[in-house]
Ligand binder design. Sequence first.
Ligand code: ARG
Length: 566
Amino acid sequence: MNYRNFVVNALADVLEGQLEKDTINKTIEKPKSLALGDYAFPTFPLAKILKKAPQIIASEIAAKIDHKEFDKVQAVGPYINFFLNKKKYSDSILRQILVEGSAYGNQNLGDNGNVPIDMSSPNIAKPISMGHLRSTVIGNSIAKLLAKTNYHPIKINHLGDWGTQFGKLIEAYKLWGSEEEVKADPINKLLEYYVRFHKEDVEHPELDDEARAWFKRLEDGDPEAVSLWKWFRSESLKSFMKIYNKLGVKFDSFNGEAFYNDKMDEVVTLLEQKDLLQESRGAQIVDLSKYNLNPALIKKTDGATLYITRDLAAAIYRKRTYSFVQSLYVVGNEQTNHFKQLKAVLKELGEEWSDDIHHIPFGLITQGGKKLSTRAGRVILLDEVLDDAVQLAEQQIEEKNPDLKDKETVAKQVGVGAVIFHDLKNERMNNFDFNLEEVVRFEGETGPYVQYSHARAMSILRKAKAQNAGEVPEPDYQLSDEESWEVLRLLGSFSAIIKRAVEEYEPSVIAKYSLHLAKSFNKYYAHTKVLKEDAQLSARLALVESVAIVLKESLRLLGVQAPEEM
Ligand code: ARG
């Protein structure tokens, strides 16, 4: 039910065509404070038409409004303030949530259209970094939001398992590595070789030539190069899977860059047929000056293909395989130019669906204000962050609720949830600084705070059940006090919030909403004796249960679990 429509219809009845319904809808505002009502209509647009002062128009219209749906309609200066009928509203919202359960907020925006989401996509032989965490959790949440609005998301991990860095890694391994070392501690050792390579090639530029030669051998299928590459890949993937399991993120495909090796010739042929390839100092490029972009480098002098060549093959492959309605790439904002080039080259190829490709960029995670960098060896290791977060959560639980059953599981849900939530509560384009203690706090704007609010609601419901409270046969869900009204208004806006989050590809909308709901629920709880035996007991319990349902569903949409007790 869209309560805004009550206001639109009531105004339209009075205005008798002087303003279009659509215009009325757009003019309606949500006042900053509930004291000014639930909706407000500024009469300025009417002043011109009616040639009267807005204040006068406001009081004239307010007097004529049909009051069925409203507790009060009040002219204040040039505004008409509408106060929804609280009893009617609370009853219908609470009934709807209790009936629909976790399906509350579901809506059809996508007609089940396919949406591949390129997400996480870490690079083989390097540890998965905090930057990849962002892509993973943002992508995962967008996938859940898409499913909730009836799209069909397909989560693709476009592993960085090909490229010149493998030449460097093989060279480094041949120089300084040993099989035993790698087997004992694959990711850290491979990283160590890689970092050392970048230190030493400053003084020994011949290392770069060697690395290039190794990569060429890899592309040509040299058995030694290929078997080293396969080994590095499988060891890396094993360690990535451990992290994905901790995060609870699953993928539909692990087709990485190497998957497209045999699909690039076609791309090059297509570009040639359209006469788009130009030679520039021995390399093959596509000129994109008419898009105000640098040329896209398709093939190097030595014939080696590039990142964008593989992305072109991947984009075409995804269109053919999924016939998508949108194709998303959750990748850091430093790659904005790359995705502009990708779209532009596809446009040049005449692929109009290039417009359905969306780069979903995000900002950097810094530490102590400094940029992280694998090459400089300045990394926050996600695996360690998750373990540390779980440990901190354990300590907190030990302090606050030492008798909790299944502490270990709850600590995992809280620690991991805290890391995910902290990432998603920031608008994705914002850079943010990482500080673990802050992430795992039970108070303030944190995941544990929302989880805790949900657990509190669940514990009230358990208590009620134990007392057989609220089992009135004909429940009456009419709440009209101020504290419950704030909660009810938030519950009622869940669908609109989901719509906004999915349209903006912005999980932070959900995270902020859940904080807001948790806060107003806690305020409600501080003011209200929920379990008092009176006529409104079942209504209050319906409110508490609705809050639990919507908080849990909000957390689920973020990829965060909601323990029943904590
Ligand atoms: N592996 C790349 C990186 O870590 C991200 C790949 C993003 N996806 C893509 N289709 N280009 O920077």
